[in-house]
Design a protein around this ligand. Structure first.
Ligand code: GLU
Length: 441
């Protein structure tokens, strides 16, 4: 059975980059009728925060990315202890005592000699006495997994055939000196025990994958299918890493971006399929195919989310936004007609309040000097409300007859006087919603 997982570390809010990972794993599981696990990678007690765990769940719920199981690495430490014991037993795990400074020095020497900065395995040569002495002097060492020096190969769902020489990679540290289990081991143990069949993650994990494949094999697990998506860049191809902090899902939500706009974009961006606005998650699931994604960096422009959001909103009936309409004070009997007028003139729901304020309070008239007399004459012809859908036509016809103006010279000054703006909704539909026209005096 297909099982995927989204495995964020709760050390910050999730952003569009993480969303790509979450969504791809979600869509694979749902398309196959399988299981989607939300796994909180919280083995680092200092950096992991409960508020981020809550925020991750809220963000996924907002998007409708429901999970079938919730797992937390901090509750599975005994499993990692058992795996570490097994690696020791089979001779694939060794303790090393170099300080960060010593490791740094080694790397620099290697680089100077034109060699790749791979850990030299000096710790393998330590006798039991030497280890005991180092332990007494420096405390517990780190535990490294002893890679098998051969090529590690897999067919990546996105990158195609991958082959990495294990000798070009340092033996990964799986347990820190303070006893903390690191992600590389914890993830492998979880993926194996939770029956994860497909792992999609960012291409920054490719080297991890190589080492993890050997760890999985050493522990007797089944290697899942891997796919590594390309990293997101800004619209000009610039690195997005520093800006990702400002692209947190909660900020986008706050800015009025709608889930289906975000999901429609992220489920297709970087694939050979066009981005099309979808109205249902089912359509995204149906059309999803990981093999259609390319390895090239993927350009992401946050501005693309707004036209998609606007189009999504235009497709909604008033009932779908009744809470928002109510929140800004639109009375129930006016909600449908107000929404019909406003929806064509908003980018996000945050823009609704401005239109409602115009209807309720009227606008400061915008009148050019040369139109002053014309507007005064026109306003004398505007009857008192309430207005209906015929009012605009009746009024403008009367103004035309009285002043001889027509076309743009007639309609534009009137629109500006009534709404205070040069552009906006169809006036025949707007006027009946207006409780007050300030220019009328
Ligand atoms: N916690 C890891 C991360 O956020 C998970 C990576 C993975 O998917 O294995 O990078």
């Amino acid at each position: 059975m297909t099982t995927t997982r989204f495995a964020p570390s709760p050390t910050g809010y999730i952003h569009v980059g993480n969303l790509r990972t979450a969504l791809m794993n979600y869509l694979i599981a749902r398309k196959a009728g399988g299981t989607f696990i939300l796994r909180i990678d919280d083995t680092d007690p200092e950096r992991s925060k409960e508020e981020y765990v809550d925020a991750i769940k809220q963000d996924l719920e907002w998007l409708g990315l429901s999970w079938d199981k919730l797992e937390r690495q901090s509750e599975r430490l005994d499993r990692y202890v058992a795996a570490a014991d097994k690696l020791r037993e089979i001779g694939r795990f060794y303790e090393a005592f170099e300080t960060p400074t010593e490791l740094d020095l080694k790397r620099k020497k290697q680089l100077n000699m034109g060699k790749p900065p791979v850990y030299d395995r000096a710790a393998l040569a330590l006798s039991d006495e030497e280890k005991a002495a180092l332990r007494a002097e420096r405390g517990d060492g780190v535990w490294r997994f002893k890679l098998d020096h051969q090529r590690i190969e897999w067919t990546d769902g996105i990158l195609g055939d991958i082959s990495i020489d294990a000798a070009s990679v340092s033996d990964p540290v799986l347990i820190r000196g303070d006893g903390q289990f690191l992600y590389t081991l914890a993830s492998v143990v979880d993926d194996t025990e939770m029956g994860v069949t497909h792992v999609v993650r960012g291409s920054d994990h490719v080297t991890n994958t190589a080492t993890q494949i050997q760890i999985i094999e050493a522990l007797g697990g089944t290697v899942p299918s891997f796919a590594h998506h390309s990293l997101l860049t800004g619209p000009q191809g610039e690195a997005l890493s520093k800006r990702l902090g400002t692209l947190a899902l909660r900020d986008l939500r706050e800015a009025g971006v709608k889930p289906m706009a975000l999901l429609s974009l992220m489920a297709r961006l970087g694939s050979s399929d066009p981005v099309e606005l979808r109205s249902e998650m089912a359509e995204l699931i149906e059309g999803f195919d990981i093999n259609r994604f390319g390895a090239a960096p993927t350009k992401f422009d946050v501005e693309d989310l707004y036209p998609l959001t606007a189009r999504h909103l235009q497709s909604l009936p008033a009932e779908a936004v009744s809470a928002e309409l109510e929140a800004i004070g639109v009375p129930a009997e006016k909600q449908a007609s107000f929404w019909d007028v406003a929806k064509e003139n908003i980018t996000t729901l945050n823009d609704l309040a401005g239109w409602w304020q115009l209807c309720r309070d009227g606008a400061e008239p915008l009148v050019a000097d040369e139109d002053k007399d014309f507007i005064a004459e026109a306003m004398a012809l505007l009857p008192e409300g309430p207005y209906d859908t015929e009012s605009w036509k009746t009024w403008t016809t009367a103004v035309k007859e009285a002043t001889g103006r027509k076309g743009k010279g007639l309609f534009m000054p009137l629109r500006k006087a009534v709404t205070g703006m040069e552009r906006g909704p169809d006036m025949s539909a707007l006027l009946p919603l207006m409780e007050k026209v300030r220019a009328r005096g």
